[in-house]
Write a protein that binds this ligand. Structure first.
Ligand code: NDP
Length: 317
């Protein structure tokens, strides 16, 4: 089913980046259509990764903190106020080979002169029982966001890469003890990050180990650790579990259409939001493997809307 109207802008994704792009684009009278995703337990749902968190204390403007879902509902309401329209579904296909660009939601076809891609990224998870349920209740994927809540408590970090070393080191600012659980007997992390972690008296390593179960009624209070060689299981008390086994950008839709870095993140150029396809812009975590913060995503959403607006203007729209 084809939609006769060609839009000026379609925004794909509705985390802080996409919704900020929608606020700016709607205030620029570009009547954006936001395809926001569909409800699920993963981060590619409307509102993105903040829907999986509880308190957000580092978003400027909220001195007492704000709940992640509430923050995203406010972003959305602000975009709606200026005329952004929403479709609560996932984009199933795109065609960026000619303009106006094609964006499909199932059989439904939408066309736009410019597209802003803000499909975000997701943390890889352990995929064990109760992980979803305890996310935000002791289980976290972001030390920068949640470390503060674990003052003087014991924390477990899973992973052996740079992320895990960085998270573990950062968490020692708050925690009394950080146990890093590594599934092999070597780390993947760079030497310097390894050395830093080894030198930190609050960090201990548990080698050849994986987390097999999570404990706690409403909040995590311990994990079952399984020895990967012997299969032997033991309980480890922990108030927090940080999963730091990597992230994946949500870029499957764009393979073959937009240039990606080797790690799958979208390429943007010259410190701006444009991709290799003129008229297609990217913002937020889908093109950022470095900062991954709500406020940086929102900032880049603003950049993408301004870039799209100026580009449309240069094209006579
Ligand atoms: P990586 O892919 O580098 O490392 C993932 C780690 O998690 C590996 O040790 C891996 O084990 C382990 N792992 C994967 N799946 C599981 C699982 N299911 N259960 C238990 N352990 C698992 O990801 P990172 O996020 O650490 O890093 C991504 C990129 O970002 C890297 O290039 C890194 O250098 C960079 N980075 C740089 C930083 C810095 O320089 N400050 C900070 C953070 C990231 P195994 O080794 O056995 O596969």
């Amino acid at each position: 089913m084809s939609n006769d109207r060609t839009r000026e802008v379609i925004v794909i994704g509705s985390g802080p980046a996409g919704l900020t792009a929608a606020i700016y684009a709607s205030r620029a009278q570009l009547s954006p259509l936001v395809v926001e995703g569909e409800p699920s337990s993963t981060s590619d749902q409307p509102g993105g990764q903040l829907m999986l968190t509880t308190d957000v204390e580092n978003y400027p403007g909220f001195p007492d903190g704000v709940m992640g879902p509430e923050l995203m509902m406010n972003f959305r309401a602000q975009a709606e106020r200026f005329g952004a329209e929403f479709i609560t579904a996932k984009v199933t296909d795109v065609d960026f080979s000619s303009r106006p660009f094609g964006v499909w939601v199932g059989e439904e076809e939408h066309r736009a002169e410019a597209v802003i891609v803000s499909t975000g990224a997701r943390s890889l998870m352990l995929d064990i029982d109760r992980e979803d349920e305890l996310l935000g209740h002791g289980v976290s994927t972001c030390a920068t966001c949640d470390g503060f809540f674990f003052r003087d408590q014991e924390i477990v970090v899973v992973g052996g890469g740079d992320s895990a070393m960085e998270e573990a080191s950062f968490l020692t600012r708050f925690a009394s003890k950080v146990t890093v659980i590594v599934r092999r007997d070597v780390l993947r992390a760079s030497k310097i990050m390894q050395e830093r972690a080894h030198a930190n008296p609050k960090i201990v390593f548990l080698w050849n180990a994986e987390v097999a179960a999570l404990h706690g009624e409403t909040k995590l209070d311990g994990v079952t650790v399984k020895d990967t060689r012997t299969g032997e299981k033991s309980r480890l008390d922990a108030d927090g579990l940080f999963v730091a086994i990597g992230h994946r950008p949500n870029t499957d839709l764009f393979v073959g259409q937009l240039e990606l870095h080797a790690n799958g993140y979208l390429k943007t150029f010259d410190g701006r939001s444009h991709t290799n396809v003129e008229g297609v812009f990217a913002c937020g975590d889908v093109q950022d493997d470095w900062y991954r913060q709500a406020v940086t995503a929102a900032g880049s959403g603003c950049m993408a809307a301004i870039d799209a607006e100026r580009w449309l203007e240069s094209q006579g729209h």
